[in-house]
Design a protein around this ligand. Sequence first.
Ligand code: PMT
Length: 317
Amino acid sequence: MKSKMATTASDFFEQTKVPDNYDAKKQAMLQFVEFHRRKTTKIVLITSGGTTVPLESRTVRFIDNFSIGTRGASSAEHFLDSGYAVIFLHRHRSLEPYTRHFSQQTMLDALHVGEDDTISVDEAKAPNLRSILVKYKQSKSERRLLNVDFNAVGEYLYLLKAACQVLGQVGSKVMIYLAAAVSDFYIPSSEMPEHKIQSSGGPLQIHLQLVPKMLGPLVKEWVPQAFITSFKLETDVSLLESKARKALQTYDHQVVIANILETRKLEVVLITRDCAEKIALSEEQIKNNVAIEELIVEHLAAMHDSHITGELSNIDT
Ligand code: PMT
């Protein structure tokens, strides 16, 4: 029997199983937000990495996408540098702020065991390691970074909603930064086989349903006062700006950042109701390993400040 298709966000949540550890993760986000909301700290929710689409309930196989979470992890470091508290909602085992600079192998290669059995860091690697370590330790001691992980698209959307519900209490001090590469298609639980699909059944045909767009309820109901940035990813340059503008008109949030798969690390277009601004790394910046996320975060943090001031002046009048 075919299941009823989830055409709205609430249908989707009704038909999708609550993820494991959901309560514990929501509680951790609640405590984090409680800790920061009374301070002047701005809070950003960053989503990062790709969502999976499981083919079986006891998942052996799943559909995935290209994202390893560079945009999200790099942006998180720059938001932390700008004084934000960061909820980093990321795909399990995708890149994370600070640790992304070191693979397990480069970490081991940077260490030496001395004759007296003490461990030291390679002179050449020490400055780079030190500067990252200082920032990492600072964000930890100030409790400004909370990592929350997900795998499947359903789990991601449950946790996104939970994070927004928690942040909805905080008002305009909150930024939502939707950098995750979110699947548009999925298999509803009711249509998913429980056990591993057997190859003895012959070639596999799968039927995927559309995941409802969550930006609508997110903007209108979950965090209506927040400063919301979504991303628009395309591979066809001729579609990019028009689709990004359409997203802004449809959802009526603050910013869409438009990017093309191949050039996303070099340039993006930041689109608001009033303008479209290209942000691109110069030759000099590329040579000096400047990350484009540094420029994106600089722009957004300034726009977020105006958003907060605008909210306050609206209350005053
Ligand atoms: O991780 P990297 O390798 O560094 O790559 C970064 C990135 C290319 C993934 C990132 O910059 C980016 O573009 N992320 C958004 C990708 C995406 O999902 O684009 P989209 O055009 O399919 O969706 C547009 C927006 O709708 C997204 O903000 C998404 O959060 C939202 N969406 C998507 C699906 C869905 N069911 N509901 C949604 O609200």
